[in-house]
Design a protein around this ligand. Sequence first.
Ligand code: 26Q
Length: 822
Amino acid sequence: KLSVLSPAGSRRVGNSKEDIKASFLENLFFGIGRIPVLTTPHDLYTALAMTVRDRIFQKFVLTTETISRQDARGVAYLSAEYLPGPHLANNLLNLGITPQTREAMEELDIDLDELFDIEEEPGLGNGGLGRLASCYLDSLATLGIPAIAYGIRYEFGIFDQMIKDGWQVELTDKWLHYGNPWEVVRPETAYEVKFGGRTEYSKGPDGKLSVTWIPGSEVKGTAYDTPILGYQGNGAVLRLWRAEAIESFDFAAFNLGDYYRAVEAKMISENITKVLYPNDQALGGKELRLKQQYFFVTCSLQDIMHLHLTQGRRIEQLHEKFAIQLNDTHPAIAVAELMRLLVDVHQVEWEKAWHVTQNCFAYTNHTLLPEALEKWPVQLFEKVLPRHLEIIYEINHRFLEELRTRYACDDAQIARMSIIEESGGRYIRMAHLATIGSHKVNGVSAMHSELLKKEVLHDFAVLSPEKFCNITNGITPRRFLCICNPLLAALIDKHVGIDWPTNLERLKKLEDFADDTSFQKEWMDIKYKNKQNLSSQILRQTGIELDPAMLFDIQAKRIHEYKRQHLKVLHIISLYLRLKKGELANFSPCTFIFAGKAAPGYVMAKLIIKLINCVAELINRDAEVQDQMKVIFLPDFNVKKAQSLYPAADLSEQISLAGMEASGTGNMKFALNGALTIGTLDGANVEIRQEVGEENFFVFGHSVEQAQAAKSSGYHPFDIYQQNQLLKEVLDFLISGALAPEDTQLFKPLYENLLYQDPYMLLADFQDYVDCQERVYKLWLDPGEWTRKSILNVARMGKFSSDRSIKDYSDMIWNVKPINLM
Ligand code: 26Q
């Protein structure tokens, strides 16, 4: 008899200033239960979050209702990582109630921006891949495509970064410390997860062989739901799994009456979702990581099957109702797990099950780096997932048989394509499992998708070319323009109308104003204000004062050798040395800002952070260059910090060695906020340059082909060092003692790596980079021309909306459509 509540007119979901104020006060009283004098700023934040949550739930319940009524085909997005960023501002924007909420708070003497500042963001990812998943969920919700995003509710997300003495120090993330008002726990939505043990074969009464997996241990995964509201309308859900102990899971211990060991094992079982692995380009092989992956995959697949079956459908039709996307290989065990659930649990025949599996899954690859391709030692697999190893062997056996008979492949090719790597230890190649088990495989930029077919998955692409496609990454313009750059968003509203956040191609209209000097003036003023705003944040955080009139040159991303933050450092040192010698003729005063975390075990990346801070220390203290340059390392880069960096950038650094960055998405966020890009022909840079026009993009460096040619004909960085006077001076400066007087050898490892190996070819690109920067400084001297290019960049970024990406996925891979809100 319960029908969906539609509390129209109810204060609890009313959208007027008065309604919001009334429910805020109610939540403060009934939801927090504090007397006024004891109310903390955090209480105010929570009360407002509760106020917003009520309004989200109203919309959310309606969307869910519509989806189930229409029996629509939907998407299940499987990702080990999400980086949603702060929820409050985003939800206010999507509900369309930011202005009246601000006023309601003002009437209570509360500054809404201060409440925004209080929110701890969920750091449930490392970087690009996790943030992409969140942009995609935002677009799925906005477009009204039925979607559930599945993942892991890490108790400790990505570490907080502090800088001590110039070195990165990691602190544990405590995002749940004050509770999380945005999620609801669903204790009745929980599934059992088995690990280890062995398999047993038995013949049933019908003579069929059936397999039983007798686990060594078992845990339970409980669902935690966060409703994700789309812009002005629909909703999707982020369902994260938390590992919990179940009674009697350590059978052996219980039978022996070893109570203490059983309790200890209980604690161990809850470890599975304790912490996010902070590596962004895999350093795999860890048992707990494999358990995390399997844990969230089986919970998600069991949940999908449950949803499917409770709608009264047959299990053999699963692929007709669900498209399941694998965000990289982290959830690739899903291929074997779905086969197990279908064959062992639901007694579906192998061939039928395989048809369902292949038609459900599609796989997105995010990397070409060989060291980042996930592979698991067979032994470890056998220990943790014995039944899955058998299933993978069977999948592989059938696949290799087909290669032999249908495609007449030779042994060498069969060895190359096998799921099992046999040379030098036996490993399971997760990319092969994902590719074989999917009906589509995509790369994340045009260039990356081509390289994927040419290199990493070449054999597969030759045999099944129709399986491969490209879907260039995108970013949500709601968070990365409306929220982070309200002044620019308002200016755009005024000149192109208000529907650009969901039709980003509308920005084209800005081209009409690119030459308009009064528009240029407004554009510059906004950039200046955004730079002022960032400067005051940096002053608060680092004590360093910046001049917003300087060119703000920013590189913000994970610290990685392939991303070449140290190339930027070499360039800064070169400028400094030339300035000191009075050799720098046309230079524009510059503030160089770095931000990003290094994986805690990545020694070279941490040394690069130390190097940046040593260079900053030297330059910022040198009175002679005070008006010319400043260097900042902004600690603890996360989504919130990112939102104040992008709008303040004049120049965006996208300088990875060509062929290394699958796509990049920071490149898009900077350009959408009016930064010009200096970049290599790598990842999505290629497409950004194509869109904004070659004349509005600073390109430099070796192309992929040139880099490969240089490497195969024998790359000798030492020769370049000897031949380039400036470069030699810069590199020698690293070990001169000027940077680290107390330890002159500190940067020797970096120095030697560059001179004798230089795997990412910094030396090969150095001079071209320096020359290209000179062109940047020359343009900066002409503010009108710079601004014209900045406007054109924004105007031509339409392609990079994640709405476009999601439409591409929907048409090319998922075959799904928006629900009908009728
Ligand atoms: C795997 C196994 C064990 C431990 C950690 C991992 C792991 C975790 C995260 C491996 C990789 C990642 C993240 C990768 C990532 O962020 N890749 C980036 O994805 C972006 C979105 O497609 C691209 O724009 C970037 O170019 C790509 O580097």
